[in-house]
Each structure stands twice: as structure tokens, then as C-alpha cells.
Ligand binder design. Structure first.
Ligand SMILES: Nc1ncnc2c1ncn2[C@@H]1O[C@H](COP(=O)(O)OP(=O)(O)O)[C@@H](O)[C@H]1O
Ligand SMILES: [Mg+2]
Length: 352
């Protein structure tokens, strides 16, 4: 069989640009070269697409652009491939925008389609869908901050509330303290703060609004963090064993995710079988709720005080280094890293 041409794309304009360069290096070093002809494109932080010609491990270097050449006709360039594999995290990569480009070019691509990508990237909208699916979640509210720093809260029926004091009272009554304040479109914990008082809440809203005008405020709990991996194969949605994050630091911040060597993963997570079955079922339900395709990592909290399970979020392009949770969960479920990459590609190639 002829080798199929795969375009692997990394970098991007989001706050997770560097994380993408870590994910892609592992993917490129491990993708089955006997099966695929691999083309590599980097998107720089300004959004310029560059054909990458260098050695794979040099993508991690700050000067990776030295090993690239410009792409003259982007549409023509992309159309030369059989399939695209966007290894991009966050805005403009995981949020449906690049997926829309592939749709327009009629090129198959790995992972979630436009709708599932965009709703899963937006924490407030994912919550609305999870509510509809009766998946347990922590109490939350969301609001918008306008250019003049005024805030506007959106209630369950999409009514708008403008008075700042009323908004704070509503958040305090429904969510309370501590709470987590998150830019609705974000990832890798960027822009997230924990607030213990009204002053900290207002400060956290201001901070989060630097990253997104839409802000989610969620009840904070003392919790274990349990994650699951979804892989779709021949239209069957499969779920991995569970893993637990043992974060260094107060919560799982950007630094504890990528820089602190004391953060560890425990796989399989030490939870009772009935709890594990329950969480794995919820993960599949969550994937369906967002109309997911291909893959996702679905993250949960277990309240340490009550043992109650809550969904946290769904990531449609999860971290993908060979030591990241998503591939590790599959490895522990019997799918090697290289096979996982092949499955993700073939699942799309042979669908189209
Ligand atoms: N409601 C919460 N209660 C306790 N910890 C939380 C809560 N929300 C977020 N966190 C902590 O913040 C981290 C990042 O939040 P998350 O919603 O997963 O955002 P991101 O998309 O950036 O990963 C979580 O992994 C967890 O450590
Ligand atoms: Mg997270």
C-alpha cells in the first residue's frame, strides 16, 4: 500500500504554543514512518505558516524558525496531503477555527470537528451542554467583562444582569468561596486564579479578562484530579483506564504542569471499581454531549470531603508528549504510543 501523506502542524498563536512544540516533537519521533510520509508545518506566534525542514528535536529550540521555509500558496500546500494532524493546543488550533479551514479545503483531519472543538474550548458553553446531559458539575456562573471593565452576568435563561453588586451577591450565593475564576477560552491553567474573598474575586476577574472577555466562576473544592482518555475507532467510542494527577503546588498550575518535576501521574488511578466505571461512563457521555470525534481527554474531580465526582472539562487536543496523560492512559490500556498515533490517523483516513 502506498504511504499516506500526513501533514503534522505545530505551534500556533495560543498561550499554549510552547506546549504544542513539546507534544509534536514526541509525535514526530514516534509516528510510524513505514506507514506515513510526514510533512511538518510550524505556525509561529503571529500566525505565519512555515514548512519545517529541520530535525525533529530542534522544534523545541527557540530558534526553530531557522529550519523553515515560507509556504507560498498555503491552500495548495495543504491540499497536497491526504490528512492533517493539528497538534495545536488552545485558541486557533483546538477551538474549531483551523478545523473550519480543513473543512473548506475538504481535507480529512485528526480529531474533533468544528462544533465539538469550539464548544469544548469554551468552558462556559461546555458546562451548559454537560448540564443538559445531567453530568454532575460544581456550581458556576459566567460573565462578560467589556472594554470599559464593566461586568455583565448571564443567567441560566440567558438574561443579562448588569449591577456589579448584584452580580457579586449572586456569585457569592451560588458559588461561594473559595472559587476558581477562569477565562472561558483558555488552557494549561493560564489566566486562572483561586479567590477566597470579594476583593480576590474582583482581582481574579480582572486578571482572567486579559485572556478572554468571557469568564467562568466555579466553586472551588479540595479534590483529587482524575482523568480519562477517549479514542474513537470505527465509530466505537472507547475509554481508557483512569489516571490521577498528583500536582506539586496548591493546584495544577502551568508551572506544576510543565516545569515542576514533582508533579506526577498515577496510572491506573487508585479508585474503587464502581467509581472508575461510573467515571468512565460519564466520560463517554461527555464526549457525546459535545458531539466529539476521534479523541478527547475528559477530566474529573473527586471531592476529598464527600467523595462526590464532578466533571471538570474536556480537552479535544490533549497534551501529547510521550509522558503526557492522554498517551500514558492508552499505553496502560494496551495501546502503544506509535499505535495510538496510527489509530488516530487511520480512523479519519478510512472514514473518508
Ligand atoms: N473548581 C475547582 N476546584 C478545585 N480546583 C480547581 C477547580 N477548577 C480548577 N481547579 C484547578 O485548576 C487547574 C486548571 O483548571 P482547568 O479548569 O482544568 O483549566 P485548564 O483548561 O487551564 O486546564 C485544575 O487542574 C485544578 O488543579
Ligand atoms: Mg485542565
Amino acid at each position: 500500500m502506498d504511504k499516506r501523506k500526513v501533514l503534522v502542524i505545530f505551534g500556533g498563536m495560543s498561550t499554549e504554543h510552547e506546549v504544542s512544540r513539546m507534544s509534536v516533537t514526541s509525535i514526530l519521533c514516534n509516528i510510524d514512518k513505514n506507514r506515513y510520509d510526514v510533512g511538518v508545518t510550524g505556525i509561529d506566534k503571529d500566525g505565519t505558516w512555515l514548512e519545517y525542514m529541520g530535525e525533529y528535536d530542534k522544534i523545541l529550540n527557540k530558534n526553530w524558525k531557522e529550519y523553515t521555509k515560507p509556504i507560498n500558496n498555503l491552500f495548495e500546500y495543504i491540499s497536497n496531503f491526504d490528512i492533517a494532524f493539528p497538534v495545536l493546543h488552545g485558541l486557533y488550533g483546538e477551538d474549531g477555527t483551523i478545523q473550519g479551514l480543513f473543512e473548506l479545503l475538504k481535507i480529512p483531519y485528526v480529531g474533533c470537528k468544528v462544533l465539538s472543538s469550539s464548544v469544548s474550548m469554551d468552558k462556559a458553553y461546555t458546562k451548559i451542554l454537560f448540564d443538559r446531559a445531567n453530568i454532575p458539575q460544581l456550581p458556576y456562573e459566567y460573565l462578560y467583562v467589556d472594554d470599559n471593565k464593566n461586568i455583565k452576568l448571564i443567567d441560566k435563561e440567558f438574561n443579562e444582569l448588569y449591577d456589579e453588586n448584584d452580580i457579586i451577591t449572586k456569585v457569592e450565593n451560588k458559588v461561594g468561596y473559595p472559587c476558581f475564576v477562569k477565562p472561558s477560552n483558555s488552557g494549561s491553567s493560564v489566566g486562572i486564579k483561586k479567590a477566597e474573598s470579594k476583593e480576590e474575586l474582583l482581582e481574579a476577574i480582572k486578571f482572567a479578562s486579559k485572556y478572554d472577555k468571557k469568564i467562568l466562576i466555579e466553586k472551588g473544592i479540595d479534590c483529587r484530579e482524575i482523568e480519562s482518555a477517549i479514542l474513537e475507532e470505527n465509530d466505537e467510542v472507547k475509554v481508557s483506564v483512569l489516571g490521577e494527577i498528583l500536582a506539586a503546588g496548591e493546584f495544577y498550575t502551568y508551572e506544576s504542569k510543565y516545569e515542576d518535576e514533582n508533579s506526577r501521574l498515577s496510572i491506573p488511578a487508585k479508585v474503587d471499581k464502581n467509581v472508575s466505571d461510573y467515571i468512565r461512563d460519564l466520560a463517554i457521555k461527555a464526549f457525546r454531549a459535545v458531539d466529539g470525534k476521534g479523541l478527547a481527554r475528559v477530566d474529573f474531580f473527586i471531592d476529598k470531603n464527600t467523595n462526590k465526582v464532578y466533571i471538570n472539562e474536556i480537552n479535544t487536543i490533549p497534551g501529547f508528549t510521550n509522558i503526557s496523560m492522554y498517551p500514558k492512559l492508552w499505553e496502560n490500556s494496551g495501546v502503544s504510543y506509535t499505535d495510538l498515533i496510527s489509530k488516530l490517523i487511520d480512523n479519519e483516513l478510512y472514514r473518508s
